[in-house]
Design a protein around this ligand. Structure first.
Ligand SMILES: [Zn+2]
Length: 114
């Protein structure tokens, strides 16, 4: 999945109230929980700060994300590359970096490393 056309300021709205540009997500979200940030077919144009990634920028970003995910799934911290420790929290797999703390939390059945 390419992130071309997604806003360069976007970051996870479940963890942040604002994007990197300081726009409050709630102010630009439309009914049906639609955000203007992502390049979806029914994208709403409600944000003045929307600045889409070009194909090249998106390809670079996607490659970085893929590498990060790959590191985490192979048991390394995505921040520093140190090996993470694996903990089992009642069926939930948690990987913890000695420097950066929790880097992943997920169900083993969701396709993570066995
Ligand atoms: Zn780390």
């Amino acid at each position: 999945m390419s992130s071309a056309g997604d806003c360069r300021h976007f970051r996870g709205p479940f963890h942040h109230k604002t994007c990197h540009a300081g726009q409050v997500f709630e102010e630009v979200t439309r009914p049906g929980r639609r955000l203007p940030c992502l390049n979806l077919p029914d994208r709403v144009d409600t944000c003045a700060a929307y600045d889409p990634l070009t194909e090249l920028e998106a390809a670079t970003r996607d490659a970085e994300v893929a590498e990060l995910v790959n590191d985490i799934l192979s048991g390394l911290c995505g921040e520093c590359g140190l090996p993470t420790e694996e903990h089992d929290d009642g069926g939930v797999l948690i990987r913890v970096c000695p420097e950066h703390g929790e880097v992943m939390r997920g169900c083993r059945r969701a396709g993570g490393p066995a």
